[in-house]
Design a protein around this ligand. Structure first.
Ligand code: COA
Length: 179
């Protein structure tokens, strides 16, 4: 896993004027209109990744990426095959990475990986306090599915979410123990 020199922090009002642009309309619309109110309303925590002074001098925006984290639940049968163990039949607790994006001018610099590992670190920490079977993402297309698959997320069967992916918490936890 890569050296993480970039840090994330909770979103603030000034970030909306940072010029962040993923190039994907629903993600940019979410960042501009919903990320801050949802964070303030306890609907979805949003974390942003600050550019370095060198990045800003090179003309990049002050925010280079963001992601959101929320509690969520999954149907037991959706994750049973991945976990390969008996589970209760009622909905089970997971963490959800709802949105994750890197500015389109800063792609290919491992910032997507930095954001994802940061989100997983927070989810692992949260799982010490509130039980959580794993992390889910709803990949928006085949490319996003390929990105998450690199980090051991597997696509699960879910009739309402065609590209729902799941990473068991014990695997996320073990990855950080190895660091
Ligand atoms: C997907 C995204 C976050 C990747 O960010 P990035 O900073 O360009 O990616 P990184 O440099 O961190 O790449 C890390 C690894 O993922 C791979 N990767 C990056 N984008 C990928 C893609 N679209 N498909 C498959 N693999 C991808 C890289 O090749 C690299 O793999 P390697 O370890 O073999 O070298 C970015 O392209 C993005 O914001 N896309 C638009 C929003 C989006 O699709 N978000 C996903 C959630 S729906």
């Amino acid at each position: 896993m890569s050296e993480r020199s970039y840090r994330t922090r909770p979103i603030g009002p000034a970030d909306l004027a940072s010029g962040f642009r993923s190039g994907t309309h629903p993600l940019d619309d979410y960042f501009q209109r919903h990320a801050l109110p949802n964070d303030q309303g306890d609907v979805g925590r949003a974390y942003v990744l600050d550019a370095s002074t060198e990045d800003i001098a090179a003309g990049l925006p002050a925010v280079l990426g963001f992601y959101t984290l929320s509690m969520a639940s999954v149907a037991s049968q959706d994750v049973a095959s991945v976990l390969a163990k008996r589970l209760p039949r009622y909905p089970l607790p997971v963490a959800l990475i709802g949105r994750l994006a890197v500015d389109e001018r800063a792609r290919g610099r491992r910032l997507g990986e930095t954001l994802l590992l940061d989100a997983l670190t927070r989810a692992v920490e949260a799982s010490q306090l509130i039980a959580c079977l794993g992390v889910i993402v709803d990949a928006k297309d085949a490319a996003a599915e390929g990105f998450y698959a690199k980090y051991d997320f597997v696509t699960v069967d879910d009739a309402s979410w065609p590209r729902r992916m799941f990473l068991p918490m014990h695997i996320a936890r073990a990855a950080f123990e190895d660091d």
